[in-house]
Design a binder for this molecule. Sequence first.
Ligand SMILES: [Zn+2]
Length: 133
Amino acid sequence: MYEKPLPVVDTESRPFWEAAKAHKLILQHCSGCGKYVFYPRALCPHCFAEGLAWKDAAGEGTIHSFTVARRPAGPAFKESVPYVIALIDLKEGPRMMTNIVTDDVDSVRIGQSVKVVFDDVTDEITLPKFEVV
Ligand SMILES: [Zn+2]
C-alpha cells in the first residue's frame, strides 16, 4: 500500500494527472503570450489570459537545484531514504519540483540533463519523476 501523500486532483489539474497515468507529460500553453505554464491553473501567470491549452511536453530538462533527503520526512518515507528532491527546468520553460530516480544519490549534479519517467504509485495516480540521461 502506498502511504505517502498523494496529489489532490482538481478541475485545473485533472488533464495533467490523466496524461501522467497514460505516461505522457503535458503542460498548459498560453496562446496569448506563447509561454508554457506549470502548475496547472485557470489563468496565464504571465499575461493573465484565459483559455490555456494543453500541449505535449518533451519530458526533457535540466536540474536547476536539488537536495538529498537522508532522513525520512515521515514514517511513509522510511524505506525511500536517501532520495533526491529536485527542481527541474523543463525544456518548455516551467520549473517543476519532482524526484530524481537514481541508485546513486551522490552522483546527482546541478545542470545535468534529465528525462521524465513515470512512477505508477496507485491505480489512480502516476507521478512524473526524472532520471539523469
Ligand atoms: Zn500568457
